[in-house]
Design a protein around this ligand. Structure first.
Ligand SMILES: [Zn+2]
Length: 402
């Protein structure tokens, strides 16, 4: 790669650039503290007369930041629009980056850096807009919601949502700026993650009839999960607006056994169901469990203590907001998209589901594409960043008095 050109010279029209540059410079990897990023952000907002509140994790090393720009009549609690994003990023360990991941660089029509797509650019662009929103006076409140630990299971935002509910905030809508290519995403799939443990019975490998081979039984279970998946691929139900139009069943990790000459006593399978609104994960899980149960009599005929345990490890709900809802219409308008073809549904999960679950009509719309997220040399096009700025300026036109 060539040496990056001075940023301001390349992109004189991107007002958000210094903010994106600043946010990317904080290496707020999920396992580390995000407090330096929050301290900087809070100081900036305080300097504009906006106070912030935080909700911390148990360690006190990470926090969410919540800030409200009041309406011109002083209203803060009701009818506001939330601009939401996570501050954490995935690690860069072991990835072959060509540039410093925590320093944005621009090459041609792309900006590189960890988080430029997922998802610091949206929050940074929102911050850039704050002085203008205040100067032009708001008809309704605007809230900024910046969370921690999204990348490890949407952990942080749950505390933020509980806190704002306890404080009596009733926003009218929320825009989560995850990368959608600036399309208006009105739904995403939900995810149930499971750990299934096969409890077998150890014996010398020469005595297979006297043991219960947990690894082999786990493989039968995984093969059944795969058959469930194939059934969904072949017969749906389908929702054609999704990039992957059917529910999926996937095994991510399998671990068991200690040595070739020992019949394995235990094997763990970590798997997931990602479902759209036409499937219920409970029914798919029940099918998988029934298959496991059908194997148990033969296992217990050899050794009574054998069998399966299933743990539901995490649940991320799906969400679906009506395309004709106020928040969706506002976003189509700001993104300058025709609702007929600018609408999207995606298979990846976001914090949107948790805002929606809390009763806040929510859509996902942000610059960049999920395909570049989590990658080495993560990039976003300058065109996407400019689109995001246009979106924010049109939002200001619609939310401001002047
Ligand atoms: Zn993200």
């Amino acid at each position: 790669m060539n040496a990056p050109a001075p940023l301001a010279a390349v992109t004189p029209s991107l007002a958000a650039l210094p903010f994106i540059e600043k946010w990317v410079s904080f290496a707020s990897v999920s396992r580390d503290s995000n407090l330096p990023l929050l301290d900087w952000t809070e100081a900036y907002l305080n300097g504009l007369g906006i106070s912030c509140s935080r909700t911390y994790d148990d360690s006190g090393k990470k926090a969410n930041l919540w800030a409200t720009l009041p309406a011109h009549d002083g209203q803060t609690k009701t009818g506001g629009i939330v601009l939401s994003g996570h501050t954490d990023v995935v690690p860069v360990d072991g990835q072959p980056w060509d540039t410093d991941p925590f320093q944005v660089s621009i090459q041609g029509d792309k900006m590189f850096g960890r988080g430029v797509t997922d998802m610091k650019s949206f929050g940074a662009t929102a911050l850039m807009m704050v002085p203008e929103l205040l100067k032009r006076q708001l008809k309704r409140p605007v809230h900024l919601a910046f969370s921690y630990d999204e990348e490890v299971g949407c952990i942080g935002v749950r505390r933020l949502i509980a806190d704002i509910q306890a404080q009596g905030f009733k926003p009218a809508g929320c825009i989560v700026g995850e990368p959608t290519g600036m399309q208006v995403v009105i739904a995403h799939k939900g995810k149930h993650a499971y750990k299934t443990t096969v409890h077998g019975f150890e014996a010398h490998s020469s005595l297979t009839p006297q043991g219960v081979n947990a690894v082999e039984i786990a493989c039968e279970f995984v093969a059944h999960l795969k058959s469930l998946h194939r059934e969904l691929v072949a017969h749906g139900p389908f929702d054609p607006i999704y990039d992957v139009p059917h529910t999926t069943v996937h095994t991510g990790v399998i671990a068991g056994g200690t040595a070739l000459n020992i019949i394995p006593r235990q094997c763990e399978v970590t798997w997931e169901i990602r479902h759209h609104h036409l499937n219920t994960p409970e029914a798919l899980f029940a099918n998988a469990k029934a298959f496991a149960d059908s194997l148990v009599p033969a296992m217990q005929a050899v050794s009574p203590g054998t069998g399966f345990t299933h743990e539901l490890k995490s649940v991320l709900p799906g969400f679906a907001t009506a395309a004709d809802s106020e928040i969706a219409q506002l976003c189509f308008d700001c993104a300058q998209l025709d609702p007929a073809n600018g609408v999207g549904k995606v298979s990846f999960g976001t914090e949107a589901a948790l805002f929606a679950q809390a009763g806040v009509p929510t859509i996902v719309c942000g610059p960049g594409h999920i395909a570049q997220a989590h990658q080495p040399n993560e990039w976003v096009t300058l065109e996407q960043l400019a689109w995001c700025e246009r979106f924010m300026r049109r939002l200001a036109d619609r939310l401001c008095v002047n």
